[in-house]
Design a protein around this ligand. Structure first.
Ligand code: NA7
Length: 560
């Protein structure tokens, strides 16, 4: 069903393609697999030197997935599910990268991808209904469709820290960690950022460094991962038919099933409010879930993220655990998050994070109480105290969900840049398409479940929808499809009203865009997981009418 004729001229160095796929992370790789099956010609661009996306860049020590490995993988191939063995409950970044490479090799997914190549322009032509994409390596390609699999966490923030450029030693971002590693032994390391990345990296950095000074602006909630072999309750839940289990993940709210610890069934029933349990029951259940590790903890009661009182109780439980682990009461106090509700930011999973602050070679500086005044050639000065450092590590987060699209900044109908359209609101329809940007599909865009649904699985479901849409256009002789602005506005209202019923909106986090100075405040994820995917599939089944406008396909001549 190729739309690009063999007579299409070679422009610059690349032949025209039906589809340009941006990114070779989990979303992009699967898009290559699925859209190739439709007989479409593809061209992929990836800024990194290899596949893996976020997992290629975030090679910092301690990087791991916070979803269990048996869930954080593709479900589309029974052979792949059968042949790949994860070595741990929560896979490390190197193992996930090996998996991405294995998938790319096994399904020959690299052949259409140009690596080390960043997109510099992406422009729609109203006369031909085609996109032209240009790269920093001087390539140019024309395509009917763009699939932007550019990632939710792939536009790092460069923090505004006074005089950071004065530092004479090496500065390393966790989000662009050198693959060859960084020699930390014996070094005085300054570490800024205590979100997921910091909380994972800090215990390992502490083991290697001579001295580690953590500059914390906001403490975060973190649960013990209790990593190791896959626990028995999880194996029992999966049962003998792993492919069937993996497929069934599609029908869950977050893209995976939670295995409750074996001892819980006696004292726990699903679907209760924390307020309906006695203090003793809550304590017993939370202790059991704390000990079994992972984010199953949040499934203890249904109202932890919606009812402020339930949230207060669980927050206090976590504070008590932090105080139990950390020897120095003042340090423990500083590590207890009190400015936001439990789980209203991305919940962290850690291995010995809080215990790391008992080490003699680790100090914690509260930079909210004593802000960083300046960085000098060999120190961080905060609250009038100079902290000598040899290496600075920054784990300061991302312009999440929308940032990578804005880096591409496609120009849609009338040459209208996305940066203008998204100046004060990240309007999309279904989190996948944008009015005025025909035939441009996003995987995990603003308004889709994104990071709140297991990413490889969500990417599969998005791509299936995109494949159906392209097939639909082909079968009906249509050339271009885009949503209406009315549909976008209704989608926005829906996402916002769902989020407003939760505690997410009360928190300054990257979920709400509050971590980026000047970014519009908007909850960026659809909260209904599998129901979201059922919904977009129903729209596909009904012929992509609801919320969309389409136009006739232009003649092939017009595209050349
Ligand atoms: P996060 O979760 O956004 O954390 C970033 C951290 O960096 C957080 O502690 C910030 O403090 C801190 N930060 C950011 N800017 C500054 C400045 N200027 N000064 C001091 N501290 C700063 O990013 P992560 O990479 O850890 O995690 C992102 C996701 O990746 C994670 O949720 C997983 O899903 C994977 P703040 O809280 O803003 O006060």
């Amino acid at each position: 069903m190729s739309r690009t004729t063999s007579e299409s001229p070679v422009r610059d160095t690349i032949p025209d393609a039906d589809v340009v796929i941006v990114g070779a992370g989990f979303g992009g790789l699967y898009a290559h697999y699925r859209l190739r099956q439709l007989g479409l010609t593809l061209k992929g661009f990836e800024a990194a030197a290899g596949v893996g996306g976020t997992w290629w860049w975030n090679a910092y020590p301690g990087a791991r997935c916070d979803v269990e490995s048996l869930d954080y993988c593709y479900s589309f191939s029974e052979e792949l599910l059968a042949e790949w063995e994860w070595s741990e409950r929560f896979a490390t970044q190197p193992e996930i990268l090996r998996y991405a490479n294995h998938v790319a090799d096994r399904f020959d997914l690299r052949r259409d991808i140009l690596f080390d190549t960043r997109i510099t322009a992406c422009n729609f032509d109203d006369d031909t209904d085609r996109w032209t994409v240009e790269t920093d390596t001087g390539k140019r390609v024309s395509a009917c469709f763009i699939v932007a699999a550019s990632g939710c966490l792939s536009a790092p923030i460069l923090p505004d820290i006074p005089r950071i450029e004065s530092f004479a030693g090496p500065v390393h971002y966790t989000s662009a960690w050198p693959h060859e590693g960084v020699e930390l032994s014996g070094k005085r390391v300054g570490f800024i950022g205590t979100g997921s990345s910091g909380i994972q990296a800090i215990p390992i950095v502490a083991e290697q460094a001579g001295h580690l000074t953590v500059f914390q602006r906001t403490p975060n909630f973190s649960l013990p991962a209790k990593n190791g072999p896959v626990p028995e309750p999880k194996r029992a839940l999966i049962g003998p038919d792993y492919p069937a289990y993996a497929r069934s993940n599609k029908h869950t709210p977050a893209g995976y099933h939670v295995a409750m610890p074996e001892e819980l069934p006696d004292i726990w029933t699903p679907g209760r409010s924390a307020l309906d349990a006695t203090p003793e029951e809550r304590e017993a259940i939370w202790n059991a879930l704390w000990e079994s590790g992972g984010t199953g903890f949040t499934g203890s009661y249904i109202d932890l993220t919606i009812n402020p009182e339930s949230n207060r109780l669980v927050s206090e439980f976590v504070h008590s655990k932090i105080r139990e682990i950390v020897d120095d009461p003042e340090t423990a106090d500083r590590l207890c998050p009190t400015d936001h509700p439990f789980a209203s930011k991305r919940l962290c999973l850690d291995t010995d994070y809080f215990a790391t602050f008992n080490r003699a070679n680790v100090s914690l500086v509260d930079i909210k109480a004593t802000p960083i005044e300046r960085i000098t050639a060999d120190s961080v000065e905060a609250g009038g105290v100079s902290h000598p450092i040899d290496i600075l590590v920054l784990a300061t987060g991302f312009d999440a969900v929308s940032g990578s699209m804005l880096k591409i900044n496609p120009k849609g109908r009338g040459g209208h840049p996305l940066a203008d359209k998204w100046g004060d609101r990240f309007d999309t329809y279904l989190g996948m398409m944008i009015a005025g940007y025909p035939n441009l599909f996003m995987i995990h865009g603003p308004g889709a479940p994104g990071v709140l649904f297991t990413m490889p699985l969500g990417g599969e479901r998005h791509t299936a929808w995109i494949a159906n849409c392209i097939r639909h256009l082909d079968e009906t002789g249509l050339g271009a499809i885009e949503p209406t602005e009315e549909a976008e506005a209704a989608w926005d209202r829906e996402i916002t009203s769902m989020a407003e019923r939760t505690l997410y909106m009360r928190t300054n986090s990257w979920y709400t865009g509050a971590n980026v100075p000047g970014k519009p405040r908007q909850f960026l994820a659809h909260l209904q997981g599998s129901k979201y995917f059922d919904r977009i599939n129903a729209i596909a089944d009904e012929g992509f009418v609801d919320g969309f406008v389409s136009e006739e396909r232009r003649s092939v001549d017009a595209s050349v």
